[in-house]
Design a protein around this ligand. Structure first.
Ligand SMILES: NC(=O)c1ccc[n+]([C@@H]2O[C@H](COP(=O)([O-])OP(=O)(O)OC[C@H]3O[C@@H](n4cnc5c(N)ncnc54)[C@H](OP(=O)(O)O)[C@@H]3O)[C@@H](O)[C@H]2O)c1
Length: 287
């Protein structure tokens, strides 16, 4: 067994499964609610995690599992921390004990959002909300475990295998003549299949540490929504607005642009522009 994948039923996990399978890389696919021919593994169950890693001794653990409900995390920070923090620590402890590489996904939400240039992996963190705090805890626990790790921070994930902003805008714009979308938050949309490919590729490289990976260029949610509606050809006007018009339980960073060029250099390729991924995805949504 070369790999264990956790969270294999999530948006990213499904993409990674497709890539590893098509490359005939033997892997055990696991999730708390596994799919057919998959294995149930709850990453918060330390004994089960350690036993599985010891039994299989894979080359790499790809962690795609997470608590991802950003708003609900504000009232469930303990549950989010159990998964994003201590669950991740379990993977790191098992990785350390068996000399296994841990490839883990983190988020732009570990940053405060008060920058005016792309965040680099070494920049000071300062999460604004519970989700970001728990993801940062996971990063810290991986680092202090002493395992070999590749932590990849990403942002604004979208793809065909899970609920996401692009699909939501596509559906809403089918039936509405006007949509207001926030234009004061900047980030880099990321095509889940490209991120999964990055995980598979970086795991073959001898570089360890924290990395950033997003598609480019930076934009606002308004820019992204407008591109979706344009590609869809829906008769709907997208209007820019401020975040104050859409108060949410969790505050979002105003600036969460991640600088990914060092990761592009390491993996040896640069992902497509997010606009090209949106065009491809919207075409599939229309058919
Ligand atoms: N989506 C984004 O915009 C975004 C942005 C930045 C970073 N990220 C990060 O990217 C990664 C992948 O995100 P995603 O969107 O693919 O997430 P997702 O679709 O929510 O998938 C997460 C998977 O983990 C599973 N899971 C939850 N608790 C678990 C546990 N205790 N043990 C094992 N599996 C468990 C979930 O199962 P259930 O659904 O049954 O709970 C789900 O299948 C995460 O680390 C996330 O923090 C996402």
């Amino acid at each position: 067994m070369q790999a264990i994948v956790t969270g294999s039923q999530g948006m990213l996990g499904k993409e990674l499964k497709a890539i590893l399978s098509s490359n005939n890389i033997p892997a055990l696919y696991t999730d708390i609610n596994p799919g057919e021919n998959e294995f149930r593994l709850d990453i918060t169950d330390r004994e089960a995690v350690i036993a599985k890693v010891e039994e299989l001794k894979p080359r790499v653990i790809f962690n795609c599992s997470a608590y991802t409900n950003v708003d609900l995390a504000e009232e469930q920070e303990d549950i989010a921390a159990r998964i994003n923090g201590y669950g991740v620590e379990n993977l790191a402890i098992a990785a350390k004990a068996n000399d296994v590489l841990l490839v883990h996904i983190s988020t732009d939400y570990v940053f405060s959002g008060n920058n005016d240039k792309p965040y680099l992996p070494g920049d000071i963190t300062g999460p604004q909300g519970a989700y970001g705090r728990t993801k940062l805890l996971g990063e810290q626990l991986i680092i202090s475990s002493g395992c070999r790790y590749q932590i990849i921070r990403t942002a604004w994930l979208f793809g065909p295998q899970g609920k996401n902003f692009v699909e939501t805008i596509f559906k809403l714009s089918q039936s509405r003549s006007e949509l207001k979308v926030v234009n004061d938050q900047h980030g880099c949309p990321t095509w889940a299949p490209d991120l999964a490919q990055c995980m598979a590729d970086i795991a073959t490289k001898p570089e360890y540490g924290i990395f950033h990976f997003c598609n480019g260029p930076a934009c606002t949610w308004f820019d992204l929504a407008r591109a979706v509606v344009q590609d869809a050809g829906h008769d709907c006007t997208v209007k820019p607005c401020n975040s104050t018009e859409f108060p949410r339980p969790a505050q979002r960073p105003a600036w969460s642009v991640l600088g990914s060029s060092e990761t592009y250099r390491i993996i040896g390729w640069q992902p497509r522009k997010w606009q090209d991924a949106v065009t491809q995805y919207v075409k599939a949504l229309k058919s």
